[in-house]
Design a protein around this ligand. Structure first.
Ligand SMILES: [Zn+2]
Ligand SMILES: [Zn+2]
Length: 346
């Protein structure tokens, strides 16, 4: 069985950044950045429960409107995270529209918006029944680096320098639960949503004696059948370290950023990392506070990422985008130490 998450970039590497992360066996997804996301169907967008925005440059945030447009009229709470100043940005976006009718909607959309400050998290609710006026802010400690957690996973964040605060993210599955297919067959059970519920019970460390019912439509013979959680776990599940995905974009190549990226991306199973420029244009990359492909490859190697995906290619390389892939692959292969102490400070 695959891990809980199934990440994919919404666009090719020349398009706007947006990493869509649907869950297996659940109509639910996370999204990291929301650039132009017309490639995502309304069905996909309706799965989104949590939105994590690195920063509000247009190419990372314009898709927020599409999410809002599609979710409006649905009974849903959307959790949206961003960097310092984010509540004001969301407020301004919402303030651009006329909301004279939405308070009557039968299915109210609520957004809980959280901005990440170095020392704390600040959240406001925007409820359509209240014409999306911001509620009074709530403050809580930022248990760095954990920005958000559930029994099955955590999202960690670091505040990177992009000449503005830009968040880097890591999504960590708590543990990987693989199901032994042959054991399913032996027990006469058919895979289905109940496997997701089983995983959730294991993530939540539920009492092993808890009775767990499998609906008859997923039993080959007669059903429904009931097991103790520990029995199902022993017979069906193989527990291993959870998968880790890191998402890094729009970061200057300096010592502080590299230290923070290294922590987020350490031993990632899959690192999604920007590669905006070629190394020959590293001065432009430095001015614009972006990474080059060679820098992305070195970071991926030194972090011990098992695989990486590049994105956010500058259009200046139109017709020769493969150069960016080649350059990153070469520096990933060489795995030269980053010599962080010699990197420029922020
Ligand atoms: Zn940017
Ligand atoms: Zn960008």
């Amino acid at each position: 069985m695959p891990p809980v998450f199934n990440p994919r970039m919404a666009n090719d590497p020349t398009g706007d950044p947006a990493l869509f992360v649907p869950f297996f066996y659940e109509k639910r997804a996370l999204i990291f950045d929301a650039g132009e996301i017309s490639t995502l169907s309304p069905r996909d967008i309706l799965k989104i429960s949590h939105v994590f925005i690195t920063h509000t440059h247009m190419d990372h945030f314009i898709g927020f409107d599409r999410i809002l447009r599609i979710c409006l009229g649905r009974e849903k709470t959307l959790h949206v995270f961003g960097p310092e100043g984010f509540i004001q940005k969301v407020s301004s976006k919402l303030g651009a529209y006329t909301w004279n009718l939405v308070h009557n909607y039968e299915n109210p959309l609520v957004m809980r918006v959280t901005e990440t400050r170095p020392d704390r998290l600040v959240s406001c609710r925007f409820d359509c029944r209240n014409r999306f006026e911001a509620s009074r802010p709530e403050y809580e400690a930022f248990p760095f680096p954990v920005l958000y957690h559930e029994p099955g996973f955590t999202v960690e964040a670091a505040i990177l320098d992009h000449d503005t605060a830009c968040l880097g993210f890591a999504l960590k599955e708590r543990l990987s639960i693989n199901i032994r297919k042959e054991a399913l067959d032996e027990m006469g059970l058919i895979p289905g949503p109940w496997l997701y519920e089983l995983k959730q019970a294991l993530y939540a460390d539920m009492n092993p004696e808890t009775r767990f019912e499998i609906p008859d439509s997923f039993c080959r013979d007669s059903g429904p059948v009931e097991f103790r959680l520990c029995e199902l776990s022993d017979r069906l599940a193989i527990l291993t370290r959870g998968k880790k995905i890191a998402y890094i974009t729009d970061a200057a190549f300096n010592r502080q950023n590299v230290e923070k990226i290294m922590q987020l991306a350490q031993n990632a199973d899959h690192l999604f990392i920007e590669a905006a420029f070629l190394e020959k244009d590293k001065d432009i990359a430095a001015r614009k506070k972006h990474l080059t492909a060679a820098q992305a490859g070195r970071i991926a190697a030194e972090a011990g990422a098992k695989r990486y995906t590049l994105f956010h290619f500058s259009p200046r390389y139109s017709g020769c985008y493969e150069e960016l892939e080649k350059e990153a692959a070469e520096s990933f292969r060489l795995n030269e130490p980053l010599l962080r102490q010699t990197l420029p400070g922020a």
